[in-house]
Ligand binder design. Structure first.
Ligand code: ADP
Ligand code: MG
Length: 183
């Protein structure tokens, strides 16, 4: 296993009450300088909001028009000339052939600089490098999402810090007397 020496994962929990909160988070993430070379895994069941978060993020980064879901193509590339930034949005749901990793150039993508976002990373486990940040989403109600952020590298920590600043996202709804950390 590829564990960075002297670095423990840092975990942060959030509750997004509605999709506006998802969008606000995406905007904060888009403004984080560390995002440029990050690898972020999006985890959670079907309908948890992984693609929706990526759509808000890509829009915040300036991608015009409709943002496609890469479910069939496995990867959707974006070249943001204004920001001099390459972004790759992966959905590994249908990834099964290990040869595809080489043949489709995925190895080269992960070796080059730019932002990599991956839904269903567990389907490509063993190929993917260690993610800087894991965003785990879980639907609580139709509109609210329980979110767990796990920073696994120094770059991931910088991202966590960036999204923890202005505007603050409430960790727990209602009542200030509740403990911030839940088991
Ligand atoms: N707070 C929220 N964050 C993200 N998506 C939300 C939220 N509230 C409702 N939704 C809806 O949930 C659905 C999530 O679908 P999608 O993003 O495709 O999920 P996934 O990619 O995880 O399978 C979308 O229809 C989206 O509009
Ligand atoms: Mg999806």
């Amino acid at each position: 296993m590829n564990i960075e020496v002297g670095h423990r994962p840092i975990v942060k929990s959030l509750l997004w009450p509605n999709e506006n909160a998802t969008r606000d988070f995406a905007v904060a993430l888009a403004n984080a300088p560390a995002l440029r070379d990050a690898f972020i895994e999006l985890q959670g069941e079907l309908g948890a909001g992984k693609t929706t978060l990526v759509r808000h993020l890509l829009r915040a980064l300036g991608v015009p028009g409709r943002v496609k879901s890469p479910t069939y193509a496995v990867v959707e590339p974006y070249e943001l000339a204004d920001r001099n930034l390459n972004v790759w949005h992966f959905d590994f749901y249908r990834f099964s052939d290990p040869r595809e990793w080489e043949d489709a150039g995925f190895r080269d993508i992960f070796a080059s600089s730019g932002l990599k976002l991956a839904e269903w990373p567990q389907k490509a486990a063993g190929f993917l490098p260690r993610a800087d940040l894991i965003i785990h989403l879980e639907a609580v109600t139709e509109a609210s999402r329980q979110v767990t952020l796990t920073a696994q590298t120094t770059l991931g920590q910088a991202l966590l810090q960036a999204v923890s600043r202005d505007p603050p996202v409430p960790e727990i709804q209602g009542g200030q007397d509740q403990p911030r950390d839940r088991p």
